[in-house]
Write a protein that binds this ligand. Structure first.
Ligand code: ADP
Ligand code: MG
Length: 232
């Protein structure tokens, strides 16, 4: 509600109102510098708001830091790939699984905890289709597989809301189609808020599209409504 993020006198996000319903596939589009990534940084607790409020499942989370937003069920992928390139695919996922299971399994024996963590890691690898590549160094994955790994790292926190920031950027046409299809399937299980420039994918995936420009929401609607909107 009325989200604001100022950098000095400049408002990168300026009075943005946005409702994402449970189960919805919702996308945000807009030119570079529109404030899309800054909005994600606010929603995920990475940047403090200078105005407005964020509610998640009825709870005011406006002042929660990123690690607490994750524990509430919000996870994100980044515009710039943020995997550990020198670690294996398995290790990349395991670290993320471990970050959220540490608390949950505090009372269990250490070996039992490790077993649970490894099981959950394998399960996530399966979900993102990287089981066969578990022992590979992340740096040796194709761009498309690196993107899947990054989404896997976010999924390892078992989010209810997944924020994806330009997951198709820099991918070839073939890889882009493959990741688009993966994201479509993922959207059946988890609520997704997607930032993406590839408009064909956005229109094909989304139930709702929000258009931002200069920090503000200038249009909102179904893909067909957005396509017809002359100001967009
Ligand atoms: P988008 O993701 O839509 O391309 P951003 O949210 O990255 O846009 O940026 C929105 C505006 O805020 C841009 O003008 C950008 O230069 C500015 N901006 C982003 N982060 C910062 C920051 N940390 N400090 C100052 N200005 C920033
Ligand atoms: Mg951005």
């Amino acid at each position: 509600k009325g989200l604001v993020k100022r950098f000095g006198a400049f408002a990168a996000v300026n009075g943005v109102d946005l409702v994402v319903k449970k189960g919805e596939f919702h996308s945000i589009i807009g030119p570079n510098g529109a404030g899309k990534t800054t909005l994600f940084n606010c929603l995920s607790g990475l940047l403090p708001l200078t105005g407005g409020q964020i509610f998640f499942r009825g709870e005011d989370i406006s002042r929660l830091p990123a690690n607490r937003a994750v524990s509430k069920g919000i996870a994100r992928s980044f515009q710039i790939t943020s995997i550990f390139k020198e670690l294996s695919v398995f290790e990349n996922i395991r670290i993320s699984v471990q970050a959220v299971t540490r608390r949950k399994f505090d009372l269990l024996a250490r070996t039992e905890r490790l077993w649970e963590i490894n099981e959950e890691t394998r399960s996530i690898l399966h979900e993102v289709g990287l089981s066969d590549k578990a022992t590979m160094l992340a740096s040796n994955l194709s761009h498309g597989d690196q993107r899947l790994l990054e989404i896997g790292i976010a999924l390892a926190t078992r989010p209810q809301l997944l924020l994806l920031d330009e997951p198709l950027a820099g991918l070839s046409a073939g890889e882009s189609a493959r990741i688009t299809e993966f994201i479509r399937q993922l959207g059946k299980d988890v609520t997704i808020l997607l930032i993406e420039h590839k408009i064909d994918s956005v229109l094909a995936l989304s139930e709702k599209v929000t258009v931002m420009h200069r920090g503000q929401v200038i249009a909102q609607g179904s893909p067909s409504e957005i396509e017809k909107n002359p100001s967009v």
